[in-house]
Design a protein around this ligand. Structure first.
Ligand SMILES: [Zn+2]
Length: 96
């Protein structure tokens, strides 16, 4: 199942939160969050199979590295997949 792509935008409220989400050397890294859409690093035919029922999983979300202090292995993102048959979730790091 393909979910329409919806961009997510962090809304930090405190100074601590604002510091957490920033990259000083790149303005795009840390903003690549979205729901639905498609994985940018693998074709949808290569999406993982559900560990429980073996059905093809759906791409659910991309969560970017938060900021320099919480960077994921040199600006990687987290890709989360969902099985809409049994609701098993699978997440993995991706380099995009
Ligand atoms: Zn399943």
């Amino acid at each position: 199942m393909k979910i329409p792509k919806v961009k997510l935008v962090p809304m930090p409220e405190t100074e601590e939160e604002k510091q957490a989400i920033s990259y000083t050397w790149n303005k795009e890294i840390g903003t690549r969050h979205f729901l639905g859409g498609e994985s940018e690093d693998i074709n949808n035919t290569d999406y993982p199979r559900c560990e429980s029922c073996k059905n093809q999983m759906s791409f659910y979300a991309q969560i970017d590295s938060i900021g320099e202090k919480y960077d994921l292995a040199d600006c990687m993102v987290i890709h989360t997949f969902i099985c809409f048959d049994c609701f098993t979730v699978h997440s993995r790091l991706a380099q995009i």
